[in-house]
Structure formats: structure tokens, C-alpha cells
Design a protein around this ligand. Structure first.
Ligand code: AP5
Ligand code: MG
Ligand code: ZN
Length: 213
């Protein structure tokens, strides 16, 4: 099964994709994580993407399409969860063409809805393990032992540079203007299911799993 998670910044796409990945033998493909890795490695794509990400703007389509489709190709027949890609109608069209050529397709598009006020709180409290990338939140998801990652035991954590209030506001605007029209694109293919993303993490997972069944 191949799914797309669509949702505004902070809606829980990454959190849920990681849970689904473990439970359903699927692979999370996060365009944001791929771009952040490219920036920290200083690759050509990373150098070009950096300023767009810092401003909360979409990175140009050609750069993103290239890194995501490369990863899809590497998967073979394994199912995937796209997290953060596609993010506009053009990216969706390119993805459809690419999958079509390989006799693959998207089964479901799961839209996670969260109000803007709650998103700001989620993003302000977010931090990530510097070693394994596990996501945490100051209030909603703390490690079992204070200051120690549940997954890998690391004691180093990082916060994302684009999680400052000004950039977050712009990321929300970009979502409403450029990404939301995607929902109609996939409605026409009858693939969309809308999930209430304001519930606790486990409840959101349950709702996603029901929508996948
Ligand atoms: P990206 O990395 O995709 O960021 P985003 O879409 O802004 O989404 P986030 O990662 O911020 O949020 P999330 O939904 O994953 O939430 P999370 O699970 O962490 O993109 C970053 C940038 O890269 C873009 O601005 C753009 O520049 C570029 N980019 C990426 N893809 C692109 C593309 N396709 N085209 C062009 N440019 C692209 O959860 C947030 C917090 O809330 C966490 O702390 C978590 O613990 C907590 N939490 C999660 N769920 C719950 C819950 N149910 N209840 C309480 N707390 C919760
Ligand atoms: Mg994310
Ligand atoms: Zn870790």
C-alpha cells in the first residue's frame, strides 16, 4: 500500500509516518528530512534548497522531485508513506506520471486537519533526537527518562531553524495557498480521507489505520 500524508506544518505527519512505518512494514519518505540531510551534507541540492527552507518557502519543484523520486525507485515493491511530498499540484502530476510508468499508484491520501492555533503550540514545543531523529515535544511527548532519547539513548537534541514564529507563519500561509489545492486534485481520484489531527497521538494513528483499511 502506498499512501500520502497531507497536513499543515506541525500537524503530526512525521510523528504518524514513523509509527505507521514500524507497524505496517512501509517506508516513510519525508521530503523535509531528505532536504535537511542534503543541507547538512552540503550537497548541491542542499546548497540550493537552504535559503528557501529558512524562509519557509517551498523549495523549487525540480530539486525536490529529484530526491524523492530517487528514493521511491530504490524501494522496489515495498509500500511507502509520503510525508511532505507532493506539496503542490505540479509535484502531484509529476509523481502520478512517474508511478504510472512503473505500474505503481497511490492508494490513499490521508489529510490530517489541525487548527492554526494548535499548530503554533505544537511547533514551538517540538524537538528531535540529534542522533536518530526521533521526534519529541516539551508538553505532548517527552522521553521516558528526562533528557535521554527513548529510541537510541542519545542525550543530544536539536530544534529546527525554521521553527521560529515568523517562518512558521509563512509556512502556514504557503500550506493554505499552495498545498491545500492538492486535496481537490486527489478528491477527483477519490482517494482522500480526512482525519481529525487534534486528538492524542495514538487516536490519530487509529483513525489513520481505519482510513487505510
Ligand atoms: P517539512 O519538514 O515537511 O515540514 P512541515 O510540512 O512544515 O511539517 P513539519 O515537519 O513541521 O510537521 P509535521 O506534520 O511533520 O509534525 P510533527 O510530526 O513533527 O518541510 C520543511 C521545509 O522543507 C518546507 O518549509 C520547504 O521549504 C521544504 N520542503 C519539504 N518538502 C517540500 C516539497 N515537497 N516541496 C517543496 N519544498 C519542500 O509534529 C509536530 C510536534 O507536535 C512534535 O513535537 C510532535 O511530538 C507533536 N505532536 C504530533 N502529533 C501530536 C498530537 N496528536 N498531539 C500532540 N502533539 C503532537
Ligand atoms: Mg515533519
Ligand atoms: Zn535517538
Amino acid at each position: 500500500m502506498n499512501i500520502i500524508l497531507i497536513g499543515p506544518p506541525g500537524s503530526g505527519k512525521g510523528t504518524q509516518a514513523k509509527i505507521l512505518e514500524e507497524r505496517h512494514d512501509m517506508k516513510q519518505l519525508s521530503s523535509g528530512d531528505m532536504l535537511r540531510a542534503a543541507v547538512s551534507e552540503g550537497t548541491e541540492i542542499g546548497q540550493k534548497a537552504k535559503s528557501f527552507m529558512e524562509a519557509g518557502e517551498l523549495v523549487p519543484d525540480d530539486l525536490v522531485v529529484e530526491i524523492v523520486t530517487d528514493q521511491i525507485e530504490k524501494l522496489g515493491d515495498k509500500g511507502f508513506i509520503l510525508d511532505g511530498f507532493p506539496r503542490n499540484v505540479h509535484q502531484a502530476e509529476v509523481l502520478d506520471q512517474m508511478l504510472d510508468k512503473r505500474d505503481r499508484n497511490i492508494d490513499r491520501v490521508l489529510v490530517v486537519e489541525v487548527s492554526d492555533d494548535m499548530l503554533v503550540e505544537r511547533i514551538a514545543g517540538r524537538y528531535t533526537c540529534a542522533n536518530c531523529g526521533e521526534g519529541y515535544h516539551d508538553k505532548f511527548k517527552q522521553p521516558e527518562t528526562d533528557g535521554v532519547c527513548d529510541k537510541c539513548g542519545s542525550t543530544e537534541f536539536i530544534r529546527r531553524p525554521d521553527d521560529n514564529p515568523d517562518t512558521v507563519r509563512n509556512r502556514l500561509d504557503v500550506y493554505h495557498e499552495q498545498t491545500k489545492p492538492l486535496i481537490d486534485y486527489y478528491r477527483k481520484q477519490d482517494k482522500v480521507r480526512v482525519i481529525d489531527g487534534e486528538q492524542p497521538i495514538e487516536e490519530v494513528t487509529k483513525a489513520l489505520e481505519q482510513a487505510m483499511a
